[in-house]
Each structure stands twice: as C-alpha cells, then as structure tokens.
Design a protein around this ligand. Structure first.
Ligand SMILES: [Zn+2]
Length: 155
C-alpha cells in the first residue's frame, strides 16, 4: 500500500472536512504520520534484519512516544496530534496483526519472511484483498475529484 497511504489518508481527510467543515487537520503532518511507521521500520529491517513491520507499527509504542511528545511539548500539539492521527490511520490501512500492533505487550514480534520491495509490491497487488480495493477506491475518488475540478474550471 505504498501509494495507498497517500491516497486513502488524504481522501479520508478531504471527506471528513467536507462532513465537518470546522474540522481542520493539516495535510503535511498527517501525511508524515501516514508514512512514519514505514519510514521507521523499513530501514531497520534492511539494516538490522528486523521484520518489516516492527515497533514502528506498534500502537503501544506509538501511543507512548506521542503521549510523551504531547506532554513534553505542549505547544506542538497542533503538529503532534495530526502526525499521531496519520500513524493511527497507517496502522489501520496496513491491517497490522495484533502481535505487532500491541508489541511488546504480547511478547516478541515474530520474525517474518524477508521479501524484496518488488516481491512485496507484487504480492500485495496480486492478492486482491480489501486493502487493494480500498486503495483502488481512493484512486477512483481522486480521479473523480480531478474530473470535477477540470469540468468546473473549463466552463
Ligand atoms: Zn506500514
């Protein structure tokens, strides 16, 4: 779900803000959070041989980190909150297994098969699971937004 974190998260933000116009979530911090678990875990996987979804994909670890950040930096809550929301959406979009999501509470994270980026990509998109369809739906949504924008600006 490489592009899905971008398309699904930003579509969800747009739809939420259309439903609740007073709601404002800054896009930059939200998207940073939407990629943060992978930004943390993928390099650690390559360098240290940890699973591709490790402590960066742990809701427990992320809640502790963002809880401490919000308490230690009260002036930055407008940034920390959207990043934390983006992380939570990433974990939901990845449909992370409970043993990783609640790590380290349920014991060590089990090792996983080491796949290349391309192998992971091919497996994800050829499996045709619900996350693929969520990503397809988000892509169609953005195409519709683009067509609507072109139609409205060309008349
Ligand atoms: Zn991920």
């Amino acid at each position: 779900m490489v592009l899905g974190h971008l398309t699904v998260t930003s579509a969800g933000r747009r739809l939420a803000q259309q439903g609740v116009p007073r709601l404002f979530v800054p896009l930059g911090p939200l998207l940073l959070g939407a990629y943060l678990p992978d930004i943390l875990d993928k390099p650690l996987s390559m360098l240290l041989g940890l699973p591709g979804r490790s402590f960066g994909h742990s809701l427990v670890v992320e809640a502790a980190v963002f809880g401490v950040a919000a308490l230690a930096l009260p002036g930055s809550r407008r940034i920390v909150g959207p990043i934390a929301l983006g992380v939570a959406l990433h974990l939901l979009e990845d449909w992370v297994k409970a043993v990783v999501l609640l790590a380290p509470l349920l014991g060590p994270i089990p090792p996983s098969a080491r796949w290349s980026f391309m192998e992971s990509l091919v497996y994800f998109y050829s499996a045709g699971g619900p996350l693929v369809w969520l990503e397809v739906g988000a892509a169609l949504y953005w195409m519709g937004v683009g067509i609507g924008w072109r139609t409205n600006t060309s008349s």
